[in-house]
Every structure is written in structure tokens, then in C-alpha cells.
Write a protein that binds this ligand. Structure first.
Ligand code: HEM
Ligand code: HEM
Length: 227
């Protein structure tokens, strides 16, 4: 059996971990409540309409989760400039030959199920980083369309900063359709993401799964020279 000297490395700082779980929870709440808003079940309720405010509560949860989601996201963007090496924005946009080669290697592992090759990156691998970059653009889109629609329902100044998006995209109906479609992007992303996190935990054996809880990964000593 091959032996390796392992060191533990503190990869994900507390703010990144808190960001991740607040984001995962708020996106889950937004997807569930958003789905109900888009396809409201027709309950046969005998009581007066004013006695039944459950749909208002669903919308209220959507809007509270939306504010949490948005400001948490802005915080993560800020942390991309002030956080440690692993959380820096450079990890999300591949520019070097090394990063492009790593994308090819990771695709071979994820699609051809190849095992045994050490991935150089200690933080996000280059393919994961780039995928998160696309997800961040989708977060931005969802925020702009969401607050754009919300402007019509709120007297607060903040949502009105986004009101221009509604006429730009061709009206409320079109914005809602795009906002709805994007929900499915997040659902598909989350399913593949969780599968890949478990799979890479197994292939790499570096504790990637628990790293988003405790912050630490376990790296072969050779890899430690790389950062
Ligand atoms: C991951 C994030 C989000 C997801 C998955 C999501 C999902 C959805 C879905 C599926 C709908 C129903 C659209 C339809 O009618 O078919 C909806 C409605 C809506 N969402 Fe979101 N949303 C998200 C973020 C946001 C944000 C950040 C805001 C900002 C305030 C927002 C505001 C709204 C508004 C105003 C509506 C229309 C509510 C109504 O007309 O009753 N959403 N959302
Ligand atoms: C049980 C569910 C989940 C687990 C176990 C999990 C685990 C992880 C782990 C271990 C990483 C770091 C992996 C890497 O280095 O590439 C990560 C990153 C990330 N995850 Fe998740 N995740 C979960 C759910 C979600 C959900 C629902 C979302 C949002 C839709 C999400 C969005 C992200 C993002 C955006 C990153 C990049 C973090 C950053 O650098 O800011 N995750 N996740």
C-alpha cells in the first residue's frame, strides 16, 4: 500500500463556510417558496379568504430569504478580495495554462471516472472554480430580476434600484419566466454539486466534504510546495 506524508491545511476560513451554508439554506428556501409561488396549489378551503393568509406567508418567506441571499452573496464577493489565497477571485476565472490543463484533468476524472491522479489545486479545482463563477453570474441575474419584480410591491428605495430591468426584459411576465427558469438551473447545479463533492471526497481522500464544515483539508506533503 502506497504511503504518503499528510499535512492538514486550513483552506476555508470561517466567513467562507458561513457564506456557504447561509447560501445553501437560503437558495433551498427560495426554490421551495418560489416553486409554490409559480404553481400555487388550489386548496378547497371553506373559511373566509381573510382567515387564510398562507400564500402571503410563503411570499414573505421568499422575500426575507431573498434579502439574506443577496447580502450574503455581496459579502462573498467582498471576501474574494480580502480573504485568503483559496477564497480569492483569481481561483474562479481560469487564465493560466496550468488552470486550463487542470480543467481537462478534472473532466477526465468526473466523466471517465479515472482515479489515482493527484489534482494540484488545494482550494477549488479549476473546473469547480469556473463553475462557481458561472453560478455567481446566475446569482446576480436572479437577484436583479427578483428585486426588479419586487420594486412593484415595495415602497423601499432599495428594490427600486432594480426597477429598470422589467421594461428592459419586456415586462413583468417575461421577467417572471426567466426568474422561474433560473430556479431549475440552481436545482440541477445543486444535485451535480453535491454528487461531485462526495465523489471527489472519495477519489482525492483529502477530506473535501468536511472542509466546508471545519475548514481543514489533508494534503500530501508534495502538494504543499504549490502555494
Ligand atoms: C436562488 C434564488 C431564487 C429562486 C430559486 C427564486 C425562485 C422564484 C420562483 C420560481 C418564482 C415564481 C415565478 C413564477 O411566477 O413562475 C419567484 C417569484 C418571485 N421572486 Fe424569486 N427566486 C430567487 C431569488 C429571488 C430574489 C433575490 C428576489 C428579490 C427580492 C426574488 C423575488 C421574487 C418576486 C418578487 C417574485 C414574484 C412574487 C409574486 O409575484 O408573488 N426572488 N422566485
Ligand atoms: C449538502 C449539501 C452541500 C454540500 C455537502 C456542499 C459542499 C461543498 C463543498 C465541500 C464545497 C467546496 C468544494 C470545492 O472545493 O469545490 C462547496 C462549495 C460551494 N458550494 Fe456547496 N455544498 C452543498 C450545497 C450547496 C448548495 C445548495 C449550493 C447553492 C446552490 C452550494 C453552492 C456552493 C458554492 C457557490 C460553492 C463555492 C464556495 C465559495 O468559494 O464561495 N452548495 N460546497
Amino acid at each position: 500500500m502506497e504511503k504518503a506524508i499528510i499535512r492538514r491545511v486550513y483552506v476555508w476560513q470561517l466567513p467562507v463556510r458561513i457564506y456557504h451554508w447561509v447560501n445553501a439554506l437560503s437558495v433551498s428556501a427560495l426554490a421551495v417558496t418560489g416553486y409554490i409561488i409559480g404553481s400555487p396549489p388550489a386548496f378547497m378551503i371553506s373559511s373566509e379568504a381573510y382567515d387564510s393568509y398562507w400564500f402571503g406567508t410563503v411570499r414573505f418567506i421568499h422575500f426575507v430569504a431573498a434579502f439574506v441571499f443577496f447580502f450574503n452573496f455581496i459579502f462573498r464577493l467582498y471576501w474574494g478580495f480580502v480573504g485568503n489565497h483559496f477564497s480569492n477571485w483569481h481561483n474562479f476565472i481560469p487564465t493560466t495554462k496550468k488552470q486550463f490543463n487542470e480543467i481537462k484533468e478534472v473532466l477526465k476524472i468526473d466523466i471517465l471516472q479515472r482515479k489515482g491522479k493527484i489534482i494540484e489545486s488545494i482550494g477549488h479545482n479549476s473546473l469547480a472554480g469556473f463553475t462557481y463563477f458561472l453560478v455567481f453570474i446566475a446569482f446576480l441575474f436572479q437577484s436583479v430580476t427578483g428585486f426588479g419584480m419586487y420594486a412593484a410591491m415595495s415602497n423601499s428605495w432599495f428594490p427600486h434600484l432594480f426597477a429598470w430591468i422589467v421594461p428592459l426584459m419586456g415586462g413583468d411576465f417575461a421577467v417572471r419566466q426567466w426568474h422561474h427558469a433560473m430556479m431549475w438551473f440552481f436545482i440541477v447545479f445543486a444535485m451535480i454539486h453535491v454528487y461531485l463533492v462526495f465523489y471527489h471526497d472519495y477519489v482525492e481522500g483529502r477530506g473535501i466534504l468536511s472542509s466546508m464544515a471545519g475548514g481543514w483539508k489533508f494534503i500530501e506533503k508534495k502538494g504543499l510546495n504549490d502555494f
